[in-house]
Design a protein around this ligand. Sequence first.
Ligand SMILES: C[S@@+](CC[C@H](N)C(=O)[O-])C[C@H]1O[C@@H](n2cnc3c(N)ncnc32)[C@H](O)[C@@H]1O
Length: 284
Amino acid sequence: MRSADASSREPETRTHRDVVSFVRRGERLTQGRQNAWDRLSPFYVIDPPRGERDTLPAAGEHLDPQEVFGRRAELVVEVGSGTGDNIVAAALAHPERDHLGVEVYLPGLAQTLSRVERSGSPRNLRMMPLDAQRALPAMLPEGSIDQLWVYFADPWPKQRHHKRRLINPPFLDAVLPLLADDAVFRLATDWAQYAHHMRQQLDPRPELALLHPHGAAPEGPSSDAVPQGMPSTGWAPRFEGRVKTGFESKGRAAGRLIWDLAYTRVPRRPGSDGAPSPGTRPTP
Ligand SMILES: C[S@@+](CC[C@H](N)C(=O)[O-])C[C@H]1O[C@@H](n2cnc3c(N)ncnc32)[C@H](O)[C@@H]1O
């Protein structure tokens, strides 16, 4: 088992192909968190041999959810699970489902493990300390995810950083094939600019259909400028299983609105190569 310290930090030099949606800093764990990691990671952390970087699995590493969880159940995946507020709560609330949190921030993972232990150690949960964009498509079978969650992804507000936003074509090309037919993709952000960007990226994808095409936009004053052309419908109500995290609280305290989105994975045509079937999107 690898130790969760900063010694294996990835090099700073990257080509454009390697643009990533995260920054790794402050990776050192407190003694308490290191203890939690040492105690719990053998069961809870999926820790495959690494490839060219510490956040990438070695070539040929696969993850069979049925084998990992010892059963076939609905699979919920959260990308950027932070300190585990949502994925742990979901594992406790839904013992009939299996849950996978993917997070590159090791102190967040260690906090998640402490939370897991405090909450009675649900066994339908695993964590993966890898870059979701490249690890998930390499490791998971196509059509294996029933719910995908991305809550409060880093907004990367500066124009020159927009390419680092998670919700961009490289991530969508990587994860949308992993969604099962009729799977649900849920997102939330407290940044109006990022909410607008998400709609621009997600609405045109033929694999996805809005789950709430008539859903109203959040109401009230917002301290950040709501972009021109922001859709007035298509927004989801707050998903009742979504726990309020520190990122949401910070956004609200700063006067920003919370933008929730939900899409469903359009069913593939039988015998197709994964392309969505025409005419199966709900009419808006
Ligand atoms: C702003 S935080 C939000 C955390 C959590 N969802 C919440 O609401 O508290 C975004 C998290 O996504 C993680 N992240 C960003 N890109 C990632 C990727 N490609 N793979 C895995 N984790 C990623 C970051 O490390 C960070 O912890």
